[in-house]
Design a protein around this ligand. Structure first.
Ligand code: PMP
Length: 458
């Protein structure tokens, strides 16, 4: 009976969760059109199928008894007399009320039982009220299938790490775009994967290239990749957005060649194309997408909060990792983000405001960069926070960045930061436009021009 009570499903009764599709018009920009890929011929992955993707290390993870009891305690509430939980008593915490004034005037106040909960230990999967909200949101924005569940994490970075740990054995082939988010590379490196880099054009990963790489590996009898890591909106560093038709092609390849897609989408609200781009998750009829969201870019990076939406067996495995690794992400952060997400009208307004703010900054830096015409080439980022510039006549920007530019007081990121083999030469720079004050943009661009001109003289 005890074992039965501890069973994950009996705790949250996943199948009975009701989702709301009621979202403000502007958020519909992010929601899906029905998946129209011809996927009937591909089987849906079953619980057993996921075991072939999960690493030996992750398979060894066992539920932590006390964490399972915490989960049970939250479910059963006052129905039981508990002598079980090793929790401190909130009455002895020195806080009585927490008030966060917001820029829109609606204050966020936590007091009484809500504050007590926000200061207390929580089940590892997440603050139950936030989980309910996130399931509903993912359903509304991405048509998250009923087969999927959510795990709250310490930001998307943490989720990348948990997913790599769960899915990548040493030597496993992993698919990445040619230039990849540096934080994902630093997670992956110690796992010694075999990196398969897929070229990008102006619409991101090229499905035809991906297909020929996969087909050629299959023909040669090489080990096939289990995972593609991709940043679909405002790729960091290239600023590209993968359009819907490409996502469908890539998703179909995942079904055909049997790999999972790790969709890391922290810039989803900063899409400047004006074109709806349904997520990979919204196409996931076969159970192959693990989607990462982050509170960092639109709400607060310091709260350290993100969420993984993935097939329930993978969420359950990742939750075991959280049980051992951190018990759970900050409850206070979860309580704050719960308030932010549950006011859908305010969320929609905020998302639109944030997008317009960053779009104006993108354009302002774009304007300033005109002084670099002839010295570098770039296309305005379609989403996200970065310009990706190729410098003409400089094979390798590394020394230019860390000596010439730095000595002038100009800080840049060299393209090597986004290459798995960082010893390679690279003539790209990443420029961030999100925080630089508008009045410094022209000066930054002029400084960069002088740095490049000096570099040419060497
Ligand atoms: N993924 C990408 C593509 C990012 O650019 C970042 C932040 N630089 C992260 C993940 C990490 O996000 P978080 O703050 O949620 O950990």
């Amino acid at each position: 009976l005890f074992k039965k009570l501890l069973d994950l499903r009996s705790c949250y009764e996943l199948s009975k969760i009701r989702y709301s599709d009621d979202i403000p018009e502007i958020l519909k920009f992010y929601s899906d059109t029905p998946a129209s890929c011809q996927l009937d011929k591909y089987p849906k992955l079953t619980e057993d199928d996921y075991t072939r993707f999960i690493t030996k290390k992750a398979m060894k993870r066992e539920p932590a008894d006390t964490r399972q009891i915490t989960k049970l305690a939250y479910k059963l509430g006052k129905q039981v007399i508990s002598l079980a939980e090793g929790m401190p008593n909130e009455e002895m915490f020195p806080f009585a009320r927490l008030q966060l004034s917001t820029k829109t005037g609606k204050d966020l106040v936590l007091e009484g039982s809500e504050l007590a909960a926000a200061l207390q230990y929580m089940p590892s999967q997440g603050y139950p009220a936030l989980l309910t909200e996130l399931r509903s949101l993912q359903r509304a924005l991405h048509r998250a299938p009923d087969t999927h569940d959510v795990l709250v994490t310490n930001g998307a970075q943490h989720a990348i790490y948990q997913c790599a740990d769960m899915l990548v054995e040493p030597g496993d082939p992993v698919l990445l775009s040619e230039y990849t988010y540096t934080g994902a590379l630093s997670v992956l490196r110690p796992y010694d994967p075999e990196l398969i880099l897929i070229a990008e054009d102006e619409s991101g990963i090229v499905p035809e290239t991906l297909e020929s790489v996969l087909e050629s590996r299959l023909m040669r009898g090489l080990k096939m990749p289990k995972l593609l890591y991709v940043v679909p909106t405002g790729s960091n560093p290239t600023g590209l957005v993968i359009p819907e038709h490409r996502k469908k092609q890539i998703y179909e390849l995942a079904c055909r060649y049997d790999f999972l897609i790790l969709e890391d989408d922290p810039y989803m609200f900063f899409n400047y194309t004006g074109i709806r781009t349904p997520s990979f998750l919204s196409m996931d009829v076969c159970g192959r997408v693990l989607r990462l969201d982050s509170a960092s870019k639109a709400f607060s990076a310091g709260l350290r909060l993100g969420w993984l939406t993935a097939p329930a067996p993978l969420v359950a495995r990742a939750e075991l990792h959280s049980q051992a690794e951190l018990l759970h992400p900050s409850t206070l952060s979860q309580a704050i983000i719960l308030r932010v997400l549950s006011d859908r009208a305010a969320l929609a307004e905020h998302a639109a405001r944030a997008r317009d703010f960053y779009l104006a900054r993108r354009d302002a830096l774009g304007e300033a960069l005109q002084v670099l015409r002839g010295l570098a080439d770039w296309t305005p980022p379609q989403a996200g926070m970065f310009y990706w510039l190729r410098v003409h006549g400089v094979d390798d920007v590394y020394d230019m960045v860390f000596h010439r530019a730095l000595s002038r007081g100009l800080l840049l990121v060299p393209g090597q930061a986004f290459m798995f083999d960082s010893a390679q030469r690279c003539s790209h720079l990443r420029l961030t436009f999100s925080k630089l004050p508008l009045h410094l943009m022209a000066e930054a661009a002029l400084q960069l021009r002088d740095v490049i001109l000096e570099e040419h003289k060497v």
